[in-house]
Design a protein around this ligand. Structure first.
Ligand code: IPE
Ligand code: IPE
Ligand code: MG
Length: 255
């Protein structure tokens, strides 16, 4: 891990790793071959994010909608997660990375759930990159769950945005600064709906198995030059300072 100061202010990167099936089909291989190849580059991107000084990296590995896929494909995806956890455990711990899964993993094999619990526990006090795999994840389901939890604990009270954010699956991940989708499609597919409210979006035609550290670094570079205004007229330091400004304006103009 390189400890140089980051040249950008991108703190949370989220990635929709898409295009595996098409990558394989184009090569006359079964779709699952694309997943196998795709899983091979995940660790490189984790390292690149860490080296680039990104604080949090959230990767979409299996959506609530992906349950509709053929059983054999789902099984391969489960298997690849299992293998990743076994293969990368030592490196994750050595690099001070905090690992978590967000999503419903009830239907994963017990042995995989054990590996997840073990790594989440072993890495829970790590202070480096927050690495999260969204698995069995859906943005709408996360928001609904957060709302239900809030209502249960605060019956009869309206929720505020700040409060609801605290009931999300992993509240300390915060807002997404940059969302990358590989594979050429321009959609969100139910990923981090709450957290991407002001994210910079970057869509690349590169299919996930062909994605590389070079392209990742290029995207960070390109996006860090964009002007983020958060609704203001000049580049604002962040969403929070804008909210403060808005509050002041509202009370001054109330009349
Ligand atoms: C992304 O690749 C991986 C998952 C959704 C699990 P796809 O399997 O969606 O690949 P394409 O989009 O069909 O090419
Ligand atoms: C999004 O990709 C989910 C993951 C990458 C895990 P999909 O391939 O499932 O999304 P759609 O079907 O193209 O919207
Ligand atoms: Mg896809």
């Amino acid at each position: 891990m390189i400890l140089a100061k980051p040249k950008h202010s991108i703190k949370h990167v989220a990635i929709i790793m898409d295009g595996n099936g098409r990558w394989a089909s184009m090569r006359a291989h079964p779709r699952v071959w694309g997943h196998v190849r795709g899983s091979g580059i995940v660790a490189d991107i984790v390292e690149a994010a860490d080296d680039a000084g990104v604080g949090a990296l959230t990767m979409y590995a299996f959506s609530t909608e992906n349950w509709c896929r053929p059983q054999t494909e789902v099984r391969v995806l489960f298997n690849l997660l299992h293998k990743f956890l076994k293969r990368e455990r030592d490196r994750i711990l050595k690099n001070n990375i905090r690992f978590k899964i967000m999503g419903d993993i009830t239907n994963l094999p017990v042995s995989t759930k054990n590996l997840i619990a073990q790594l989440e526990n072993e890495s829970r006090l790590n202070t480096g990159l927050k690495l999260t795999f969204a698995f069995g994840y859906g943005g709408r389901s996360e928001i609904t769950q957060a709302m239900n939890l809030f209502v249960k604990e605060n019956p009869g009270r309206d929720v505020t945005e700040e409060e609801l954010a605290k009931y999300l699956m992993i509240p300390d991940l915060g807002d997404v600064d940059l969302l990358i989708r590989t594979g050429g499609d321009h959609r969100i597919s139910n990923f981090l709906l709450w957290q991407i409210a002001y994210a910079e979006l970057y869509f690349t035609d590169t299919k996930w198995p062909d994605f590389s550290v070079v392209e990742f670094d290029e995207i960070l570079d390109i996006v860090s030059k964009r002007e983020r205004r958060f609704g203001a007229i000049t580049s604002a330091p962040d969403l929070k300072s804008n909210i403060e400004q808005a509050r002041t304006n509202k009370s001054l103009l109330r009349g």
